[in-house]
Design a protein around this ligand. Structure first.
Ligand code: ATP
Length: 305
């Protein structure tokens, strides 16, 4: 009986952990309903790549049939490149990330990784290859160490966790805490600021070491010190991965290999920061607007250095 019980109970544990991980990611993407139609293709293969190429090719998508959200989006992230998506609230930026994570499938067009439609990869291998730094990180009522290790607990030893904290620019903050890494955070522990929580998420992603990184920048304004720490931490993390940044502050995107400007579900401009400024289009106008805001409120500083 025990021989039967142990494997079954282990299976139950794996199932509960998987469900919990999916619920956390869904919460990270602010999703209430996950498309039930997204399943593995019978011939699905494994996504094995350390710096994949990502291509959105003429992608159309709507959460409902009546309301199209993405309308013919084409963009390419070369292996290891950092792509930034900017645009007004509701333009469809986070929707691109949700399609990449395959919470939903595209209505028309194709989304490819390394030259293959993402539906040809198993969901598990696709999602294992993607690390998400969400806008609002879910913290558990546990130690900082546990919260950083969450996502890669079985491979994370103390040295790896400390390295991740250092690269995420959390070490000075942790050193000031009375119990250091053992300090309990979350609802019933020490409350962290938005910027500190996001750096915990960056440390988590550094530990996971994903091939693809999605960084969903917080909409809430951070002071320029916190923002600089996050920008530097992100640069460490993005260096070796194909990165998609969903950006709200343009200071985070000046070093991107390609900036894609989305307006009402359409790509209206793309290029590097200097090219887009010189073009004098909607990116240049957004940049001027943010500069103007920063002059009025120095905590919204948009300068890169
Ligand atoms: P923000 O900068 O405010 O985060 P965004 O550009 O990332 O905005 P998306 O989150 O991609 O915008 O949303 C695009 C549009 O799709 C919005 O109008 C939003 O209301 C709608 N939308 C998002 N999620 C859903 C959903 N699950 N069901 C229906 N509509 C949705």
């Amino acid at each position: 009986m025990l021989q039967l019980f142990l494997p079954l109970s282990a299976l139950g544990f794996v199932y509960r952990e998987l469900k919990k991980a999916m619920a956390d990611v869904a919460r990270m993407f602010a999703l209430t309903d996950i498309e039930p139609g997204v399943t593995d293709h019978p011939d699905a293969g494994e996504l094995v790549s350390s710096r994949p190429e990502i291509v959105f090719d003429d992608v159309y998508f709507g959460y409902t049939a009546e309301r199209p959200i993405l309308r013919g989006v084409s963009l390419t992230a070369a292996p290891g490149a950092k792509i930034a998506v900017v645009g007004h609230s509701g333009a469809g930026k986070s929707t691109l990330a949700r399609l990449l994570f395959r919470f939903y499938d595209v209505d028309h067009g194709q989304l490819c990784i390394d030259g293959r439609d993402i539906r040809e990869y198993s969901l598990a291998s696709l999602r294992a290859a993607i690390g998400v730094v969400p806008q609002d990180t879910v913290l558990f009522n546990d130690t900082i160490e546990y919260n950083i290790a969450y996502g890669a607990p079985e491979t994370a030893d103390r040295a790896a966790i400390e390295r991740a904290a250092r690269l995420a620019h959390l070490d000075a903050f942790i050193a000031r805490l009375p119990e250091g890494m053992a300090t309990v955070v979350g609802e019933r522990g020490l409350k962290l600021s938005g910027g500190e929580k996001q750096r915990i998420a960056i440390a988590r992603a550094i530990l996971k070491n994903p091939a693809i990184l999605i960084f969903d920048e917080a909409t809430s304004s951070l002071d320029s010190h916190a923002e600089r720490a996050i920008t530097e931490a992100l640069a460490e993390l993005a260096a070796d991965h194909t990165t998609l940044v969903i950006a709200h502050r343009l200071s985070t995107v000046v070093d991107a290999d390609r900036i894609v400007v989305l307006d009402d579900g359409r790509v209206v401009e793309q290029g590097r920061h200097a090219e887009l400024l010189a073009a004098g289009g909607s990116y240049a106008r957004m940049w001027q607007l943010q500069q103007h805001d920063a002059e009025r409120d120095p905590s919204l500083d948009t300068r890169a250095c």
